[in-house]
Design a binder for this molecule. Structure first.
Ligand SMILES: NC(=O)c1ccc[n+]([C@@H]2O[C@H](COP(=O)([O-])OP(=O)(O)OC[C@H]3O[C@@H](n4cnc5c(N)ncnc54)[C@H](OP(=O)(O)O)[C@@H]3O)[C@@H](O)[C@H]2O)c1
Length: 242
């Protein structure tokens, strides 16, 4: 990766996305942010010379427009999430994250980048790794999560988006490499000590916590440090406060 990467950021107006935006700009990374409303970006960043804002509803962009935005980006970071009100949770688009991931991957493939584009997806500890790799997640917990996904769209959307990357993009795609980050309960707070685990470390009945600033920090490490990327590529790390 060149010393000054360019990152396409989705969800920059969100709680975690705003922190990712600030931290990337602080590191000298150029950011292209697709947001529904620039007025919702964190205070003081809009005039930043490293930031290009595209004001648009992501899923309304045409394939050509999306291709134009991913072209020449070294990485795409998605902090998209359903707005936590009745309409955001149960209304369309119920598959916001899955659609965004599928479309971004398609756009990256269409641009045939010279080097693989990194895709970092913010997900959740409610999302399972394939083949029951999260050995600490017991039968009751799995059954509860399955039931939850049947009733509430966002957890199902997060699982489908991760499954798409695991099953359809996989580890050997020449154009797209990915990491799915699974934070526990999100907290406010500054960057602090945190630990990155390969699998689940807490149960749903006794959850851990993840400062959004720490999640953002790990995302920034991934897109700016090749050794961090090599370590976590094609994995679904769990990020929790130390
Ligand atoms: N809450 C938790 O404890 C927790 C724990 C672990 C993981 N997570 C996961 O982490 C992710 C991010 O969480 P967060 O709390 O940082 O998110 P958030 O503050 O709710 O931000 C969500 C972002 O997605 C955008 N968005 C929502 N609907 C959209 C649409 N239809 N089209 C385009 N953009 C849309 C929002 O844009 P606008 O500003 O325009 O609405 C915003 O930028 C979610 O996937 C969530 O499931 C949450």
């Amino acid at each position: 990766m060149p010393t000054d990467p360019t990152v396409l950021l989705l969800g920059a107006t969100g709680r975690t996305g705003g922190r990712v935006l600030r931290q990337l700009l602080d590191r000298g990374v150029r950011v292209r942010a697709i947001v529904r409303s620039r007025a919702k970006l964190p205070a003081g960043v809009v005039e930043s010379p490293g930031l290009t804002v595209v004001e648009a509803s992501l899923l309304s962009l045409s394939d050509d427009e999306l291709e134009r935005h991913v072209r020449e980006c070294d990485a795409v970071v998605s902090c998209l999430g359903h707005v936590l009100d009745l309409r955001g949770i149960f209304g369309p688009p119920r598959d916001l994250v899955t659609q965004a991931v599928r479309r971004v991957c398609r756009a990256i493939h269409a641009t045939a980048p010279a080097a693989p584009t990194k895709l970092v997806l913010m997900s959740s500890v409610s999302v399972n790794r394939p083949k029951r790799l999260d050995a600490r997640r017991g039968t009751i917990e799995r059954a509860l999560l399955r039931a939850l996904r049947g009733v509430v769209p966002p957890p199902a959307d997060n699982q489908r988006a991760a499954d798409f990357l695991v099953a359809h993009v996989g580890p050997d795609d020449p154009d797209v490499q990915w990491v799915v980050i699974r934070p526990d309960s999100l907290l406010e707070g500054e960057v602090s000590e945190y630990v990155v685990h390969e699998g689940i470390v807490n149960s749903l009945f006794s959850p851990g916590s993840s400062n959004m600033a720490n999640v953002a920090h790990f995302m920034c490490e991934l897109v700016t440090k090749p050794e961090t990327w090599r370590e976590w590529r094609s994995k679904m790390p769990v990020v929790v406060n130390a």
